[in-house]
Design a protein around this ligand. Sequence first.
Ligand code: UDX
Ligand code: UDX
Length: 435
Amino acid sequence: MAKICVIGTGYVGLVTGTCFADMGHTVTCLDIDENRIHQLQQGIMPIYEPGLKQLVDQNVEAGRLDFTTSYREALKGSEFALIAVGTPSSDDGEADMRYVKSAVDSIAQHLDHPIIIVNKSTVPVGTGDWVAELIHEQNGKGTPPFSVVSNPEFLREGSAVNDFMQPDRVVLGSTNIEAANRVADLYQVLRSPIMITDLRTAEMIKYASNAFLAARISFINEIANICESLGADVREVARGMGMDKRIGPAFLDAGLGWGGSCFPKDVKALTYMAAKSGAHPQLLRAVMDINMNQRSLAVRKLEQALGGLEGKVIGVLGLSFKPNTDDTRDSPALDIIRMLLKAGASVQGFDPQAMQASKAEVPELTLCQNPYDVAKGADGLLLATEWNEFKSLDFGRIKANMRGRVIVDGRNIWDGPELQKMGLNYFGVGVPNPK
Ligand code: UDX
Ligand code: UDX
């Protein structure tokens, strides 16, 4: 078993550190946010992730997991230092590396024994080499032996613990095969395929995987828009496509498109890197355009059905960027709410986990305590995030509470013909409007 230090206790770092502890390693998770570390030391989770709190509590209890803001403490005796700090988008789409640099500089300042630095964060291709240069610069010739391994994560928020414990594959990249094998040893117990390649290729696998998944979604959303014009049902189209083993059924759900802290950031960063290196990322640009357009299409549907948005009341169900998370980073729901407010509507909404974060991002949003209050006095209702609890609502109550009759089902979770029969005016995404 190994001593591991994880830098950054966000959606990636906290899950990664806790899962490694659960596999029997001794893990110290570090964060520069003192409040966050203090909360974690009190057993308070800074993020909502199903199953995480129980895992954290168990491993803290077992003495395998602890939290600190001190690099000296975190690095002491650690054989591995995992970097899982944010790499947000800059205005031009380039990944902002200041946090990675700060983490690497801090590691360099406290480096007094051989260590393997593992890049978990999604970082531009070439970062592995850059990290090594930074440490040599910082410490000159006196640097203890170290190596850098790229180990991109493929965790989905809302299923991150599962995705960590049952990965489809572990990807490792390094110029030092021994170091890569040592990191591979950490994952052996998971019995998943482990691929070892070079640094740049491992970094690119992460971007290419996310960009491909984002492209799949933009593809099915383009098909959905064509289905609407031609009277086909995109849900059935996706079902028929997915039976082809080369296509597969996953990530073919048409709707309001993708958001979150990864797809938008990673597709932008890959496009930026491509353009900067002289390539022409025309497909990636179209993937982003189609995705943003899905949000505007939902606003247009409401506007057309209501004969304008000025002075109208719109209820929005779901505010996080996807179900089973409290993360509102680049949430399609919040983007649409901003557009509705700008058009003169007033908006009221509910989300099982993301209420505070949403109110902080969109102060003019009125928060309701449940889906039925969201319907109260609403001229139109938008399903933006497909939380399970929205899937079987009492539409008799919804209709009675509403002032108008327009329902836009942004994630195709409701039975359109059923709602139409009740006298509601149902619109899906890529599904024929019920007669
Ligand atoms: C982040 C990146 O967004 C993602 O692209 C990458 O794959 C993994 O790391 P996430 O865990 O969602 O994913 O980041 P975030 O939730 O922003 O958490 C980052 C944490 O790092 C924060 O708690 C922040 O306080 C901490 N941090 C940031 C440090 O500890 N040190 C720093 O120098 C900067
Ligand atoms: C994604 C990748 O799946 C994961 O491998 C990577 O490590 C981080 O980025 P995440 O962003 O947490 O994970 O969620 P994911 O479940 O992939 O959904 C991303 C977005 O796509 C969400 O906004 C979701 O609503 C949307 N989506 C997903 C669709 O619109 N249709 C689909 O069929 C699937």
